[in-house]
Design a protein around this ligand. Structure first.
Ligand code: 2HG
Ligand code: ZN
Length: 484
């Protein structure tokens, strides 16, 4: 190994020869964007960024790195909320960007499937599906930058889980480059395929610890031909849950998203994001965004939405509501929800917890966390948004003006632990959709320790005995007993 190079002798030349000039980023300035995460929590180093153009090229590069014992960090759009896609500070971990592998391999509107490469941006998947007269329903705030590989490696959920499930439920087949460079080609577009272990489900959500997802067969659905959307003011989290139950009971097939926005989140967006305004009579303690969609062009969703809202107003669940009158207003209302993370970023540092509980426990989660978080950092305001319909709330705390970002972030662990304790007591999960990444490896030991984590370690050891794949995510360092 040459010290300043960070790579074992000869490997750089071998990689150059295999990947060509476009396949490697070596200039320090060009490497920089690959070294930090979106939230600015982690800053690492890497000897180079590999940018293979095909599965064959990637497999060859991985085999070379594997033979040389070089750790690899897969990277797509680099939008991880948990620090899952950047290298550590050692300067030994090679970043492998999937960005050039962004082709559409097949789209079949009869089978309702789309075979895409890992570097395709999720928004492009959505757009191509619409062009073909279908839809790919998975949607989340970062989908204009995030790529298919990251979407699958974190089992992304987002806004439409209530109707369509997570990335897992939307994937029929996968192609994977294993840590030693061998390729699993399981790009089958079958709804029934009982041939042993569902291996694809192992790689989905593995955060790159078991290999590189290079392509996937995604499920498509009939297009949205009728839709309706409302923003509602509600007095209490219990009312938001009651409203969700009302809509689900009247027609659960109509719900496409049922989102929660705390009064504090809405205020931050209105203050920090240009061009936003509240389309209601005045501010409220909590808000709910209801998005309905159907493939039938005359599903009558607008009338249905108004009728159910009328009932909810009579029942006191809703205090004010607006129904979108145009596509522009619809988008403006969605922006009020989707811009919260950006508004939080502009307002300073934030301590984030991405938790889920059974949907019945959401009000208790909100109440208890809103009390517990400021008790740890007096003066700091809880800011919560989330996907109420599937029980996933982003329970965040905003940096108060009287504390520096550093002094505030020193409380991060205590705040996240408090939220996790409450979540755990309600039968929930400390990571709903953002993954474990680096930020929650310790939490993993506490909440998934014992046989569950041990089984994951064994699976990992079977596929990657040297621990070369994304070494710093998911697993807490093994302690004491013999762990594989
Ligand atoms: C969302 O739902 C994202 O907007 C980000 O998952 C949540 O910033 C957050 O806490
Ligand atoms: Zn989310």
């Amino acid at each position: 190994m040459s010290a300043e190079d960070g790579l074992p002798t000869g490997l750089r030349e071998q990689l150059r020869a295999r990947l060509g000039p476009k396949g490697m980023v070596e200039e320090a300035g060009d490497i920089v964007p690959h070294l930090s995460d979106w939230r600015g929590l982690y800053h690492g180093r890497t000897p180079c960024v590999l940018r293979p153009a095909s599965t064959v090229e990637l497999a060859a590069a991985v085999a070379l790195c594997h033979a040389a014992g070089v750790p690899m960090v897969p990277q797509g759009g680099n939008t991880s909320m948990s620090g899952g896609s950047v290298p550590d500070a050692s300067g030994r971990q090679v970043v492998v960007s999937l960005a050039r592998m962004n082709r559409l391999r097949a789209l079949d509107p009869v089978d309702m499937t789309m075979t895409v490469e890992a570097g395709m941006v999720v928004r492009t998947v959505q757009d191509l599906a619409v062009e073909a007269g279908c839809q790919f329903p998975l949607a989340f705030g970062g989908d204009g930058t995030a790529m298919v590989g990251g979407m699958l490696s974190t089992n992304a959920g987002g806004n439409t889980t209530v109707r369509y499930g997570n990335a897992r439920e939307l994937t029929l087949g996968l192609e994977v480059v294993l840590p030693d460079g061998r390729v699993i080609d399981a790009l089958r577009r079958l709804r029934k395929d009982n041939t042993g272990y569902a291996l694809r489900q192992l790689f989905i959500g593995a955060e790159g610890t078991l290999g590189f997802i290079t392509a996937a067969v995604l499920r498509l659905f009939p297009p949205v031909r009728d839709k309706a959307l409302a923003l509602c003011a509600v007095e209490a989290p219990e009312a938001a849950l009651a409203l969700f139950r009302r809509f689900r009971d009247r027609d659960e097939t109509a719900l496409r998203a049922f989102e929660y926005i705390s009064g504090s989140a809405m205020r931050l967006v209105l203050e920090r994001i240009e061009g936003t305004s509240l389309p209601l009579a005045g501010p409220a303690p909590h808000y709910v965004l209801i998005d309905l969609a159907a493939s039938h062009p005359q599903a009558g969703l607008r009338g249905f939405l108004e009728a159910v809202l009328e009932e909810a107003l009579d029942a006191g669940e809703v205090t004010d509501a607006v129904v979108a009158e145009s596509e522009a207003q619809r988008q403006a209302i969605w922006r009020l929800r989707e811009e919260t993370p950006e508004a939080q970023r502009r307002a300073g540092a934030s301590i984030k917890s991405d938790v889920s509980v059974p949907v019945s426990r959401v009000p208790e989660l909100i109440r208890r966390c809103f009390e517990a978080m400021p008790a740890i950092v007096p003066g700091a305001e809880p800011v919560a948004i989330g996907h109420l319909g599937d029980g996933n709330i982003h329970m965040n705390l905003q940096q108060p003006p009287h504390l520096s970002a550093e002094a505030f972030m020193a409380h991060a662990e205590a705040v996240m632990n408090a939220v996790n304790e409450i979540t755990g007591s309600l039968g929930g999960s400390f990571s709903a959709e953002h993954g474990v990444g680096r930020i929650k490896v310790k939490t993993m030991a506490k909440w998934r320790g014992g046989a569950e984590l041990e089984t994951m370690r064994r699976i990992r050891a079977a596929l990657d005995p040297e621990g070369l794949m994304n070494p710093d995510v998911l697993f807490p360092p093994a302690t004491g007993h013999r762990a594989p």
